[in-house]
Design a protein. Sequence first.
Length: 287
Amino acid sequence: MNLSTLLGALLFFTPILAKPSSGCGQAPKLISASSTTTPLTLTINSKSRTFFVLLPANYNPATPHRLILTLHALGGNAGQVVSGTSGYLPWYGIPPLASNSSIPTIYVAPNGVSNGWGNQAGEDVTFIRSVISTVESDVCIETSLRFSTGFSYGGAMSYSLACSLGSELRAVAALSGNPTISGCAGGTDAVAYYGQHGVSDTVLPITGGRQMRDRFVKNNGCTAVTAAEPAAGSGKRIKTVYSGCKEGKPVVWVAFDGPHTPTPREGGELWTAGETWEFFGQFGALS
């Protein structure tokens, strides 16, 4: 084997260095199996804020985990996301799809103020930062694999987190959100972005979803195109995968025939969880 071949082989087999959190290698002191039914509490800006956490049944503190934030809609709450009621699938339907991944996942469902994510003076971003810090100091998280998803106000807040946290998040999936209701502080960093929206959405019209998408098409250096969208009444969805994006910063957009809903169907089948997991699951740990 010549030198160049040997160096190539070494590079190929050298594992990607991970960025484990401070909670790795120790037994959790705060988070437990009961954290899906008994919320954890933080005080932010003199307000008591709560969140739930789902650990894998076989949680291993020596193994870095993916972290996925799952944010509720206006009028909803984290308990509904956890239990899969009021139109939600449990944890947005991701856990069954991610269960066979080589990287295990920990899920977090926070509660917004007054059942929403108004993010007044950035208070919800501050809360989410504190949630991430609290979770990562107690359990083992791969800090280069943080994600956020949510529907409606939860989609708007996931977008806001992409703006505010930038590269601290690996990717977001914003479902039928809007760019103004939770705000966008910063908003110049490249963040892998998945967006979906119904063409007949009268609650948060699709124009807002397009604006959110286009920010990250620009930030991520993707080639701007006019994405096709299905006709109302067609029962279809159209997926656009943007080209030319910066490495590791893809943008995917799905326009579907439907209203304002977290669980659109095509041919009677639910598909949002599959699209979200396909997007999140492609990412490995960063050195």
